[in-house]
Write a protein of this length. Sequence first.
Length: 241
Amino acid sequence: MKKLLLGLFLISSVLTFAAGRKVSTEQVMIDQNTGIVYVQGEQTPFTGIVETRYENGKLEYEVSYKNGKIEGIAKSYYLNGKLEEEQTYKNNVRDGITKKYNENTGKLEMQTTYKNGQLEGINKHYSLNGTLEEEVEYKNGKMEGSSKLFYPSGKLKSIATFKNGLQVGIQKDYYEDGKLKLETLYKNGNREGITKSYYPNGKVQVEAYFKNGQLDGTVKKYDETGKLIDQINFKNGQEVK
């Protein structure tokens, strides 16, 4: 029984040591055929942490490996020592959450999610003061679903819809007080149909028509009372005199 316990302890110790082992970039090599990482002079694929340092000795990269492949967290650091980015890997491929931080404030700048190496789910971008600036949905590496922009106050600035990477449907832009500022139709990534912009009082400012992304039809401009003050005709993006 004691021999069994001792054997289990030794195995556990070896595994713990391997998982906690740290080596420098200069100590490892990559098999060009398999992409597997080894410590130079060793036959077993590397498990542990590979570190890369700046010339001044400060840590630049810290990457976790398992059986010669990136597995778990990979971190990069700014020269000032602050965390720049942390990525999640599975079997040598990005899979999970990636976070990027501001060099000066340390606040979160961007949070993206990957699945099998492609962007997936809701991805967020933040302003310098940490407020949410942009929120975009992805599927299989392409924009799919809603894309939102926000004012520093947190109020919705714009919302659009994407399908298979192309903008479709109605895009709506808003004034910070929530009133509609712009309404545009999209089809397969191009403006298609009527576009309207509005004054803060809700009156139409400009009304235009698009075809295949080009102005096509009469563009009308109104003053804040709703009076027509100008109009220009277009065909295939060119003004018609």
